[in-house]
Ligand binder design. Structure first.
Ligand SMILES: [Zn+2]
Length: 208
């Protein structure tokens, strides 16, 4: 397994490529990410099979339609349906000047579901509170988790946007993220990587 991180779009949103045997699963699709990620991977003859959305906020789904046009299979949580179907509904809190296309979600995921892609067993955990449909993708065999905007290194996600709720976010972090093995690497939607043990002990907002 090789993991590549791309920080893209107008507010620095992280996308990731999880690469195995010349194929990749991409996590999130910030603005311009399809062109940049495809050309980066094509240099190494790596294709993209699947796109996992941690949630439907504009900065994570802006280029999703471009992946779908290239035949990539998409995954997301049903609670963010409206954000994928009608992304311009977010215009009050997104940067001006963007024209976002709806993104077709091929597979709606649920809490506790296991998906098997490229030989990875990926566990889906629902971590709402930043928005209703934030999910995380946990790959136990690699000790990695992609948490979207629920938890950051030394921070937590905004809970003041539509559908956000601090109490729900705290519960998501305690019950779904802090219950993972301490050494699990945590890759968030913004900023550097961290791990579960470090956040449980030092996160200024939510401690275990
Ligand atoms: Zn977000």
């Amino acid at each position: 397994m090789e993991l590549r991180k791309y920080e893209l779009g107008p507010i620095g949103t992280n996308a990731f490529a999880i690469i195995q045997d010349y194929n990749a699963i991409v996590v999130d699709a910030p603005a311009d990410s399809a062109k940049i990620i495809f050309s980066d991977l094509e240099k190494d003859k790596v294709g993209v099979s699947d796109l996992l959305f941690t949630h439907g906020h504009w900065d994570h789904m802006a280029d999703g339609a471009a992946f779908v046009e290239k035949g990539v299979t998409t995954y997301g949580h049903r609670a963010d349906t409206i954000l994928f179907n009608d992304p311009m509904i977010q215009s009050s809190f997104m940067l001006p000047g963007l024209d976002l296309k709806p993104v077709q979600i091929h597979n709606w995921l649920e809490q506790g579901q296991e998906i098997n892609l490229l030989g990875f067993e990926i566990e889906v955990r629902h971590v709402p509170g930043h928005c209703p449909g934030n999910i995380m993708f946990y790959i136990a065999q690699e000790k990695i988790a992609f948490v979207g905007d629920a938890l950051f290194s030394g921070g937590i996600g905004r809970y003041d946007l539509p559908g956000g709720d601090l109490e729900i976010l705290e519960r998501s972090i305690q019950e779904q993220i802090y219950t993972l093995p301490g050494e699990t690497k945590v890759f968030a939607g913004h900023g550097p990587e961290t791990n579960v043990e470090k956040e449980k002990n030092t996160n200024p907002f939510v401690r275990a």
